[in-house]
Design a protein around this ligand. Structure first.
Ligand code: NOJ
Length: 867
């Protein structure tokens, strides 16, 4: 195709080829073969916005035993639901660097989703990947690195699906900013096009989706934006080529809400389910599928085989998750309403048709003891950026590792709106404003809090308890929960304090909500609501210029800290990310020293937004009627950019301190398989996809049943008349008749199975060299052989450009003082390969040596070795 255009890839590879899904496909084939046309269409099409109790609802095929499916955001808890936990956000989970907690996070959420009658969680989120640090929704995902995103996605998907709930990996793909992600919110005729080259697509943006498919994810949500000038939900190269042929995806593709922009074309390009079911606009009832899909099957525009594949994928996913087992998963649908907290409400509030109210909220308490896992993630996802002998501060006022104690009472003053409750945690719908303590970003990825523990409450409780337990008060705390405390007029408020704790934050979210100057994406990386000014004032005045200051930040992504970070009175800085409902308790666990901080930055903190380079910038002003966002920086985002261009970050990717210290030594490289340029030949499929009768069904099947009580705007699969169907098929897209050869990189779930084989292992010894227990996060970074020559053997060997280093392994381990443990990283063929555009395959470099460096951050590399 001409430059900047997405190539055609047809027809859609059918599901049912993988071993792990074989049983489910067999059962699905049996059920689908008994469905009539409108039933099949019903399964693929949402009933319309607000036309069911969940955020997304499909039509059932009741006659053959297939229920309506309820899909709910995600990814940090049950959106619009009562009695559900507000877990920490993805960014906080990423910052834990703890695989087990990634799993637990997904698992606990799924328990709650299942108890509320939800079939599919709309999460986890790995797109945005984090190309632009100011991107509004980065916080829903796990950090600006494909490996970290991939591990966290796979773990959380396993956690979700082990509970029998479908996970949905989103947004596929290159949905890196909110501005112009779709047309209607931004007054443009079209969405933005993310223009991504093939290698960058594979090594960055597609990478975590491969992990998700490998983990068996049931569903993939395609994104609003275009990719290479073709809408992601109608992009055959993405959905048929990359996702199905190359990654071997067996589940189904659902559209983001109104991200479907064409009817027949998106069906042919590989979309399986349209959400919420309405067409080009919200709640207009004019579906691009529903009756139109029925019509296009009857007139031959969409091959019956494609519809059968769509339905089979959805039904197979349902079997795969064991949702047919009514002892585990009841079929009554959601026991709560997304649209009201009243006990009674409408089943389809989106329709103006008269309906009777029924009981829609049963107020099932889904939370169990999940507050403890939420608290643990929030604590482990808190990053200690600086600590000059200030933290921890015990409940009875002992300071730092040396446990210094003041002679008299320790006077503490807490400043900042972000420390307190504000107007309550659910003051703005979808958390669409920044007020009170920040514990989640805004948009569809936000939930209503059952409660939110503000930091000030937990800190006051601890220090009050501490004072109570001794005869004389050791700690005295005063609080000023505003960013505009009267400290100019009453300087003694600051002067009398020995220790000042100042809170500030930075918020963002999904582009349908604007708050202050933040239209989804942030305009800059500064602290908001005057946070920097507040910090500077507190630092200058605390204890008359002699007091110690602890800065606590809640944040959606990187924030600049330059105005105060180097001030000698700033003794400690905690970056708490988005901690969810247990915010205060988790922070108190760290400040009091019950938990040694073990969070690590899941992205780089630069000195300013410009440090991230041109490719790190959100497009705030559209550059055409289809805004063209060229990913010219290629692989060089976040630390890959800082490393390549020698930009010194303030705090590098992977960085974080604790209350103890570690040493890493004794790196041993153990080759397990010989190097070879390309993976083994693509294996044959395990099974053939199900075969059905492919003849066009009789039009009589599709007429509205006469006894059906029709709701206005509700999306049904039926037609009013069939005498106008015709038979002229819709003109198929260019390239539809050219069958594509299977990719050599495919052949299994997540790609060619050889890509997932371990080729080399690297072990290190990690020792706790301090005098407290703590958790270390040894990280392995890979550097490719340099200069690297392509494997293609032609005379003019082209050199391949590589990032200085890329993350390819991490572990989190708990160590007692003086304890030492060996940690082993296994590197797969994929980990060692790059995407060779010419060969259209993953390529390993046989000449030269790979370097493996292990350390405590991307720039604190203690040991290395080669292979
Ligand atoms: C749009 C968002 O982009 C997506 O993440 C979400 O799942 C759907 N809306 C449904 O709320």
């Amino acid at each position: 195709p001409p430059d900047g255009l997405s190539p055609p890839w047809y027809p859609t590879p059918r599901g049912g080829t993988a071993e792990r899904w074989a049983d489910s496909y067999r059962k699905a084939a049996d059920m689908v073969s008994r469905m009539i046309l409108p039933e099949k269409v019903n399964v693929t099409t949402g009933t319309g916005w607000s036309m069911g109790l969940a955020v997304g609802n499909t039509g059932p095929a009741t006659r053959v035993g297939f229920p309506a499916l309820a899909l709910q955001d995600g990814p940090l808890g049950n959106r619009f639901a009562d009695n559900s936990t507000a877990f920490p956000a993805g960014v906080t989970v990423g910052a834990t660097w703890n695989r087990d907690l990634m799993y637990q996070w997904g698992n606990a959420h799924a328990v709650e989703a299942r108890k509320k009658g939800i079939n599919a969680i709309l999460g986890p989120c790995v797109g945005p990947l984090g190309r632009a640090p100011a991107g509004g929704r980065n916080w829903e995902g796990f950090g600006a690195d494909p490996y970290l995103q991939g591990v966290a996605a796979a773990e959380s998907i396993r956690g979700i699906q082990d509970e029998g709930v479908m996970a949905t990996i989103k947004h596929f793909v290159a949905n890196e900013q909110e501005h112009y992600r779709q047309s209607w919110e931004w007054g443009l005729p079209n969405a933005l096009s993310s223009n991504v080259d093939d290698r960058t697509m594979h090594e960055l943006y597609l990478w975590p989706f491969a992990d998700a498919v490998k983990a068996g994810v049931a569903s993939v949500m395609c994104s609003y934006n275009m990719v290479n000038n073709s809408y992601a939900c109608g992009n055959s190269k993405l959905l048929n080529g990359l996702l199905r042929d190359e990654l071997g995806f067996q589940g189904f593709v659902m559209s983001d809400w109104l991200a479907q922009r064409s009817g027949v074309a998106s069906a042919l390009a590989g979309l399986d389910m349209t959400m919420p079911g309405d067409g080009l606009f919200w709640a207009d009832g004019k579906s691009l599928w529903g009756p139109e899909l029925t019509r296009s099957i009857l007139n031959g525009s969409v091959p019956v085989e494609r519809l059968n594949d769509m339905v089979t994928r959805i039904v197979a996913a349902w079997y795969q998750l064991g949702q047919d087992d009514e002892t585990k998963f009841d079929r009554k649908g959601p026991n709560f309403s997304s649209w009201t907290y009243d006990e009674e409400g409408l089943i389809a509030p989106g329709s103006p048709t008269d309906q009777e109210k029924v009981k829609v909220n049963q107020y099932v308490d889904a939370m169990g003891n999940h507050s403890s896992i939420a608290r643990q993630i929030a604590a482990e996802g808190t990053v200690l950026l600086k600590n000059n002998d200030l933290l921890p501060i015990t409940r009875d006022g002992q300071i730092g590792a040396a446990k210094k104690q003041r002679a008299g009472t320790l006077q503490i003053a807490i400043f900042g709106e972000d420390a307190g409750p504000g107007n309550g945690p659910n003051y703005c719908k979808d958390a669409g404003c920044n007020q009170g303590t920040l514990a989640e970003g805004w948009g569809s990825g936000a939930v209503d809090f059952p409660y939110l523990v503000p930091p000030v409450d937990a800190l006051l409780e601890g220090w009050r308890n501490g004072s109570d337990s001794s005869s004389s008060a050791r700690v005295n705390v005063s609080t000023y929960l505003t960013n505009d405390p009267p400290i100019a007029k009453q300087p003694h408020l600051l002067e009398k304090a020995d220790l000042c704790i100042v809170f500030a934050n930075s918020d963002s979210g999904e582009g349908f909500i604007k708050w202050d100057s933040v239209t989804g994406d942030r305009p800059d990386l500064s602290l908001q609501k005057g946070g920097d000014d507040l910090i500077v004032k507190v630092v200058n005045g605390c204890g008359g210029g002699k007091g110690d200051v602890l800065v606590v930040i809640h944040n959606v992504g990187p924030v600049t800290v330059e105005k105060w970070i180097d001030h000698p009175n700033v003794k400690a800085v905690l970056l708490a990310n988005l901690p969810g409902q247990e915010s205060g308790n988790a922070l108190a666990d760290i400040i009091f020293g019950d938990v040694s901080p073990s969070g690590r930055l899941p992205w780089t903190i630069g000195k300013g937004l410009a440090d991230y380079g041109e490719g790190g910038q959100v497009m705030y002003v559209p550059n055409g009627i289809v805004p063209q966002q060229d990913f010219n920086e290629g692989l060089y985002i976040d630390y890959r950019h800082f490393d390549k261009y020698n930009v010194t970050p303030r705090f590098e990717f992977g960085y974080g301190l604790g209350y103890t210290t570690f040493s890493i030594h004794n790196l041993v490289v153990t080759p397990l398989r010989p190097k070879s340029a390309f993976p083994a030949p693509r294996p044959d499929p395990f099974a053939a996809p199900p075969e059905y009768d492919a003849s066009v069904p009789s039009p009589d099947e599709v007429l509205f049943p006469p006894d059906l009580r029709r709701l206005e705007k509700y999306v049904y699969p039926y037609l009013d008349r069939v005498d106008d169907i015709g038979s002229a098929p819709y003109p198929y897209p260019d390239g539809y008749d050219v069958e594509q050869p299977p990719s050599a990189a495919g052949g299994g779930e997540g790609g060619n199975p050889d890509l997932w084989e371990t080729y080399v292992s690297v072990s290190v010894d990690v020792a706790n060299t301090g005098d407290r227990a703590g958790q270390a996060v040894p990280q392995l970074y890979l550097s490719y052989p340099q200069p690297a020559k392509k494997n293609d053997g032609d005379d003019e060997q082209e050199e391949v450009d590589f990032p200085v280093r890329v993350l390819r392994g991490f572990e989190k381990i708990a160590l007692e003082p003086a304890e030492s443990r060996t940690v082993t990283f296994e590197l797969t063929r994929r980990d060692l390969s790059y995407w060779d555009v010419g060969a259209q395959n993953w390529a390993m470099l046989e000449e030269g040596a790979y370097t493996f460096s292990v350390g405590e951050s991307s720039r604190r590399l203690a040991v290395n070795g080669t292979w």
